[in-house]
Design a protein around this ligand. Sequence first.
Ligand SMILES: NC(=O)c1ccc[n+]([C@@H]2O[C@H](COP(=O)([O-])OP(=O)(O)OC[C@H]3O[C@@H](n4cnc5c(N)ncnc54)[C@H](OP(=O)(O)O)[C@@H]3O)[C@@H](O)[C@H]2O)c1
Length: 321
Amino acid sequence: MITPSIFNEGLEGNAAAAPERKRSDEAREKQEQGQQQVQQEKGQSRSVRVGGSQMPMVGFGTYLIADEDCEQPVTWALEVGYRHIDTAEFYDNHSAIGRALKASGLPRESVFITDKISPNGKFGVPPKSYDGVLQSIRHQLKKLDTPYVDLILLHHPFPPSADRVKQYTALVDAQKAGLVKEIGVSNYSRRHIEELLAAGLPAPAANQIELHPLNTYNKYQPGLLEYLAEISCVPIAYSSLAPASSWRADQPGKSSKTEAHCGHLAVQKRIAEKYAVEEPALLLRWAFCLLPIRPAAPPCVPPAPPFSPEEDFSRWCTRNR
Ligand SMILES: NC(=O)c1ccc[n+]([C@@H]2O[C@H](COP(=O)([O-])OP(=O)(O)OC[C@H]3O[C@@H](n4cnc5c(N)ncnc54)[C@H](OP(=O)(O)O)[C@@H]3O)[C@@H](O)[C@H]2O)c1
């Protein structure tokens, strides 16, 4: 991934300085290639355009990591090459993430931070309207010790519709004030997004949703991904690894997997065996190939046959819809 500041440096100059620019272009290309190689070696992911920003496609999620435990995992994540950290108001671990970012010495613009606002009284966070959303954003920025986050989301659409519109209006104003680069939603259905558009608000740049072969979004939210593509709203998958057959296998009742799911897991295992990959790798591959990527972003190149687990998976999901 190339950080915007490095890219812009190479484009500066004027026509009279063309030979120099050519040399600096070559130098820049070399520098970028070197950086890409380092990033690849460190396992850093490709990026995708979200609104006007580039977002690293693989993020490090911090759900259930308490503030007192979170600094070390985020430090390790940054060390191994993650450049996208995902948090939320009710995860309540912003201070630790802020400390890890400072200690890493990385320039602020090289790390993409996604944050979320809890919109109602769930998870012990008080319900909020327009002012409450702005207050939370400011409070969370202070704890992160950063002037802005790259992407802010409304965590879910559970409040009444009048509040949803006010809450999203607060995100629009936070963006105008420079507190957030991009704005979006999470767990929103088409109906919820249409409500925002009907109120004359801009389309969210992203919708973070649970997305993996077992939740067969097509059954519960037919056409959601296609609709998101239509309005240039990027889907961000969470819980991609939940279908791993080991997940909560020893804790009956703790996972929402049904008997039917467990039957499908055998198919998943067979596919993983067929391609000699671990189940989590297969699941991530599925998510990469499923998520629509806008033309401005690098295309998702399907692997050469016979490695085509995404085909197997889509056949599998279609069959089980
Ligand atoms: N917007 C939202 O509403 C929302 C909701 C949920 C999550 N998120 C975000 O998405 C991030 C990831 O979500 P998540 O933790 O639900 O999903 P995930 O990363 O897909 O993990 C789901 C489960 O898969 C298992 N797992 C993880 N890595 C594995 C591996 N290498 N091999 C086998 N099993 C593995 C783990 O189970 P065990 O721990 O039991 O081993 C884990 O709890 C969160 O941290 C959060 O940032 C957002």
